[in-house]
Write a protein that binds this ligand. Structure first.
Ligand SMILES: *Cc1c(COP(=O)(O)O)cnc(C)c1O
Length: 677
């Protein structure tokens, strides 16, 4: 029942320990509406930044920082008592000092003139917080504010020796912490640089080759789009800084919202949800609030096709909805008669349909407008999952098709990098009748239209008013640079690239679904199920062998078990598309060797993949195929080879050993940790 991703210890093909995500994937895909969380794109990058802060500073460095922060707060409190213009209650504190006074607003205004924001709690109270970026000079500035124009007879530095800690003895930590070698090894910048580089070198990224993950839209994250994220004007502002100090942000929110309205055909956007799945939750809550506002308190049923992304049922369940599944037909389209039956059976309690377009099967579903009409005729709202917007932008739109709400994955279609789990942004767009119900925020109103009865029917989706606002410049820059023609061309080329690959591969592998004119949308599914019979080969074997060819596997076994879903995006050149096709075609030949008995059915290059250097360079080589062919099955690998660091990881062992024990602090364990990390 524990939400989140569980990392456990498994073993690789050589028996070495290997860290692995349990259940191989996010739990929503397996547990659907019984999942404990709908989170897919997460805050993994940000969690890593926090972890690296601890790696760099270590236990002693962190304590030093904390001592200094507490020292600044203590000097500040001590100085205020000396000045005597305000009242500092005798409280124990760490970094935040509470101050009582006659007129908190007047003091905050005086601080504001010196470019310091103080937090007003009530008319007689405010608080002042310090962190490691604050200096003694900042404290002196504050003293000037509180002296009310009179000169101050002391400096923060001169008080430093007089102050004592205000942390009660009983609360001071005495037990050791951060004892793992990772937190005690990399305390110089050079060491940290090398450590980070060592880690990233184990990762295959878009720097090496295309990552054809269907539904994930792994497109170019252009450097020029990323640069504004580093600008202090964007990066160093607090989410609750007064809005008049962040007018650039305000302008971007407004412009970006309008651009997204134009792209989707909607009337308003909320930039609050932090990922697609958060957008799903927000959108469904908007629909719920809409029904409730009309007295439709019984509308609680959500129709979801079985082919939907796992977050759809997980989000609907989080909203307390009852999920009714509908199937797909042999061509991969939603079974319209099933939808009609389900909608009519629930016409008194139908809340919404969740639908992805083009479908998760990679086809433009011809019946989509009819499906929307059936839902509307039976009193429901249409939620469109916008993950496949890369096949719509400039060509069609959710609003035009008939959806009422849609989330956009800005980290897919609109260029925010999201490899490894985020961060993302999942803003939602809505049609006019849903605008009053959009999320708002108790500190900073962000949207929705307050109604006399209930000020905000929906409430708040994220802790920060505009979600992960810092990454919005990436999408904003992308849209601004591309313009309407560029964006439309991108969709066309994404579709062209997918069709080119499907055409090249169709003579070698069955392509599972196509539209009525024989084409696919921006992604397509390669069917590998037949090879289980003919060669005992499964989708995983092909995905792992692709690593030897220097590629990341495509999306595996979703939405159809035993298949691979390929999405090339518009960013890839014809040469790269061909290279990937060549790899898959070459792997098809390797499968043929098993089929015609030339290769052993249990011991072959596919079953043995991936082949790490530790295996290839070992003295004992007992495989029936050559080391050279295992490592260099294609000519391009001679010029640049991405070396996997581990052999095939045992999935079953990993699922049965969920407990990840921290390796003990000894030099040998450290080596072992190195080997497996
Ligand atoms: C990625 C994706 C989601 C979830 O979006 P996150 O941003 O990862 O939460 C939902 N539906 C589909 C079809 C997707 O591809």
């Amino acid at each position: 029942m524990m939400p989140g991703r569980i990392i456990g210890v498994s073993l690789d093909s050589a028996g070495k320990p290997a860290l692995r995500m349990a259940m191989q994937t996010r739990e929503q895909h397996i547990r659907r509406d019984k999942a404990t969380s709908n989170i897919c794109t997460a805050q993994a990058l940000l969690a890593n930044m926090a972890a690296m802060y601890a790696v760099y500073h270590g236990p002693e460095g962190l304590k030093e920082i904390a001592d200094r922060v507490h020292g600044l707060a203590s000097v500040f409190a001590h100085g205020l008592k000396k000045l005597g213009t305000v009242d500092v209650p005798e409280l124990s504190f760490f970094d935040t000092v509470k101050v009582k006074c006659v007129d908190a607003k007047a003091i905050a205004d005086a601080a504001y003139k010196k470019e310091i924001n103080l937090r007003i709690v009530d008319s007689n109270t405010f608080t002042v917080s310090f962190d490691e970026t604050a200096t003694l000079g900042d404290v002196d500035k504050l003293f000037e504010v509180f002296a009310g124009g009179n000169s101050v007879s002391f400096t923060a530095e001169s008080l430093a020796s007089e102050v004592e800690t205000s942390i009660p003895l009983g609360l001071a930590r005495k037990s050791p912490y951060l004892t793992h070698p990772i937190f005690n090894s990399y305390h110089t910048e050079h060491e940290l640089l090398r450590y980070l580089h060592k880690l990233q070198a184990k990762d295959l990224s878009l720097c090496h080759s295309m990552i054809p993950l269907g539904s994930c839209t792994m497109k170019l994250n252009a450097t020029v789009e990323m640069i504004p994220v580093t600008w202090p004007e964007f990066a160093n502002i607090h989410p609750f800084a007064p809005t008049e100090q962040a007018l650039g942000y305000q302008e971007m929110f407004k412009d970006l919202g309008e651009l997204l309205c134009t792209i989707t055909g909607f009337d308003s956007f909320s930039l609050q949800p932090n990922a697609g799945a958060a957008g799903e939750y927000a959108g469904l809550m908007v629909i719920r609030a809409y029904h409730l506002s009309r007295g439709d308190s019984r509308r609680n049923v959500c129709i979801i096709p079985v082919s939907a992304h796992g977050t759809n049922p997980a989000s609907a369940a989080m909203c307390g909805m009852k999920i009714v599944s509908v199937g797909t037909d042999s061509k991969g389209n939603i079974n319209i008669e099933d939808v009609r039956k389900a909608a009519e059976a629930h016409k008194n309690d139908l809340s919404a349909l969740m639908v992805t377009y083009p479908s998760t099967h990679g086809v433009y579903e011809e019946g989509i407008d009819e499906i929307c009409k059936i839902i509307h005729d039976n009193g429901g709202q249409v939620y469109m999952d916008g993950a496949n917007m890369n096949a719509q932008v400039g060509l069609t739109s959710p609003g035009w098709i008939g959806a009422d709400v849609c989330h956009l994955n800005l980290h897919k279609t609109f260029c925010i990098p999201h490899g490894g789990g985020g961060p993302g942004m999942g803003p939602i767009g809505v049609r006019k009748h849903l605008v009053p119900f959009l999320p708002s925020h108790p500190v900073v109103p962000t949207g929705g239209i307050p109604t006399p009865e209930k000020t905000q029917p929906l409430g708040t989706i994220s802790a920060a008013p505009w979600g992960s606002a810092l990454i919005l410049p990436i999408s904003y820059t992308y849209i601004a640079m591309m313009g309407s023609k560029g964006l439309t061309d991108a969709s066309k080329i994404a579709i062209l690239n997918a069709n080119y690959m499907a055409k090249r591969l169709e003579n070698h592998y069955p392509i599972l679904f196509r539209g009525v004119n024989g084409t696919v949308a921006h992604e397509f599914i390669v069917d590998l199920r037949g090879f289980k019979q003919t060669a005992s080969i499964e989708a995983e074997d092909v995905a792992k062998r692709l690593i030897d060819y220097g590629f990341h596997g495509p999306t595996m076994s979703w939405p159809v078990p035993g298949t691979l879903m390929i999405e090339p995006t518009e960013s890839e050149s014809k040469a790269e598309l061909d290279r990937f096709c060549d790899a898959l075609i070459s792997i098809r030949e390797e499968i043929s060797e098993i089929e015609n008995g030339k290769a052993d059915i249990n011991n072959n290059v596919l079953k043995g993949a991936p082949h790490p250097p530790s295996l290839l360079m070992g003295d004992a080589w007992t495989k029936p195929y050559s080391r050279e062919y295992a490592a260099f099955p294609a000519a391009w690998l001679r010029g640049a080879k991405f070396w996997p660091t581990t052999g095939r990881v045992d999935n079953v062992y990993g699922d049965r050993n969920l407990v990840c024990t921290l390796l003990s602090v000894s030099p040998m364990a450290e080596e072992q940790a190195e080997a497996t990390a």
